[in-house]
Design a protein around this ligand. Structure first.
Ligand code: NAD
Length: 443
């Protein structure tokens, strides 16, 4: 279902009328295309406090010219050295004069320190609560700026200690690929980078399996991973095989007819891929909405089974079999309905919050024992068949109730997934990244 309001506000009379009425002003977002692979304009590098990061070489490799004279397409503010409220004043002083000049669909990325870093003071007993307070303050700052900045511009916070380990993350956030990711706090560990990676085809020679890949978000994920060079296995239920085969053929991949809730789904995937796989995308998901008072067990169970139990089961089976190769990536699909809650979705919300719990608990162990990262994407309102079926009024509210005042596209979730699946993203682990245009639902 096309977003007619967005088309209308892109016209002169539409803009005039909706401004006069104080209605939302969505900007047409600039997304990645082969013709426009990067932001157009310069990158402004600012610092608040005294930073120990070696950021300049990493920023130089983004391909954006470093320049502080013209209107920047992106601003990176290094606030990792902010330790007290005076340091926060430097955050204000750095961004206050430039925020107006950031180009439409531009990026503001604030860098902070991990909240537990340097937590102990010299006597080793007390947390440095001043530093903790102002580093946490950066979240409120970023989320507030995200809500007011407008014009398709995004604002995100990255917590890091090592600039080179965060290179893939900065490249993603400082590109058109992150068009619908705003108001997020992303933690990046200190693990070194992946060595040399083919920039154009980072997933060349790798195998990626996408559950529910026959349509919607899964189809876009399959397409994007194939664009990045992966051999893609499009898994979907037997009833969706015509679509799964069509997608696989178009991408030079393989279709796999399998209901992911089958008790032996993990074993069947492993048997299908005797050489193992590198990227496992748990995307298949269903809804069976009803308020809890009206929800029989027959509507509860399938949602928990597809969205959560099968993810747990197949992940366990594939890890136990060593089917995920070292350097592997698991990306599961949560939802803002799971993070914020949604009336009529106790089953779905439970299943998707469960994904966040799974990711946070499994991530450190999977990395230590298998060299595999585990993260989740949490889509907000994405324009798919699932959301086209939502009644008009609720659909329109869902579209507008975010900082970018529009729904996201399947490709926005796919690009976020591709960043998490990237060989250079080994330091991104245990994260739940919302792709929601900074939805008003949830934090
Ligand atoms: P969709 O209904 O368009 O596609 C889901 C796909 O999963 C279908 O091809 C379906 O056949 C497949 N599938 C369902 N059950 C399966 C099973 N048991 N085994 C194998 N495949 C199965 O949905 P979508 O909108 O593309 O959503 C994809 C994922 O994103 C889901 O996990 C969904 O919960 C999540 N999500 C979507 C939105 C949104 O706005 N569309 C928002 C938040 C989260």
């Amino acid at each position: 279902m096309a977003d007619r309001y967005l088309s209308f506000t892109a016209t002169a009379p539409g803009r005039f009328l909706t401004r006069r009425l104080g209605l939302p002003q969505p900007a047409a977002l600039r997304r990645w295309s082969p013709e426009h692979p990067s932001l157009t304009g310069s990158l402004l590098h600012l610092t608040a406090g005294t930073s120990a990061l070696d950021l300049a070489p990493v920023l130089a490799r983004t391909g954006l010219p470093l320049d502080d004279s013209s209107d920047p397409a992106a601003v990176v503010l290094d606030a990792t050295g902010v330790r007290d409220v005076d340091g926060l004043a430097e955050v204000h002083a750095a961004l206050h004069p430039v925020v107006r000049s950031v180009a439409a669909s531009g990026r503001v990325v604030v860098l902070g320190s991990p909240l537990d870093a340097g937590a102990a003071t010299d006597d080793g007993h007390h947390r440095d609560h001043h530093r903790a307070a102002v580093q946490q303050a950066l979240e409120g700052f970023v989320r507030s700026l995200g809500k007011e900045i407008g014009r398709g511009r995004t604002v995100n916070l990255v917590r890091l200690t090592d600039a080179s380990a965060a290179e893939s993350t900065l490249r993603f956030l400082l590109s058109p690929r992150s068009a619908y990711v705003s108001g997020q706090v992303i933690g990046v560990g200190a693990q070194g980078s992946a060595g040399s990676v083919d920039r154009a085809l980072p997933l060349a020679g790798r195998t990626a399996l996408v559950t529910g890949g026959a349509r919607g978000i899964g189809e876009a994920v399959a397409e994007t991973l194939a664009r990045d060079g992966a051999h893609v296995v499009v898994l979907d239920i037997p009833q969706a095989q015509a679509d799964a085969r069509r997608v696989a053929e178009r991408l030079g991949g393989t279709a796999l007819a399998l209901d992911i809730t089958a008790a032996d789904a993990g074993e069947r995937i492993a048997a299908e891929l005797p050489d193992g796989l590198d990227v496992l995308i748990h995307n298949a998901g269903i809804t069976r909405d009803r308020r809890l008072v009206n929800m029989p067990a027959e509507r509860w169970s399938p949602v928990l089974d597809v969205n959560l139990a099968s993810v747990l089961r197949t992940t366990d089976a594939l890890l136990a079999k060593g089917a995920l190769r070292t350097g592997g990536r698991i990306v599961a699909t949560a939802s803002i309905a799971g993070l914020a809650g949604n009336a009529g979705q106790t089953n779905y919300g439970a299943s998707k919050a469960g994904i966040a719990g799974l990711v946070r608990a499994l991530a450190p162990r999977a990395l230590a024992e298998h060299g595999v990262t585990v993260n989740a994407v949490a889509p907000g309102f994405i324009e798919t068949k699932m959301t086209a079926a939502v009644p008009l009024f609720i659909r329109e509210a869902g579209r507008r109730m975010n900082s970018l005042a529009q729904g996201g596209l399947p490709v926005d979730v796919a690009e976020t997934t591709a960043w998490l699946a990237h060989p250079a993203s080994g330091a991104v682990n245990g994260q739940v990244v919302r792709v929601c245009g900074q939805s008003l639902l949830g934090a």
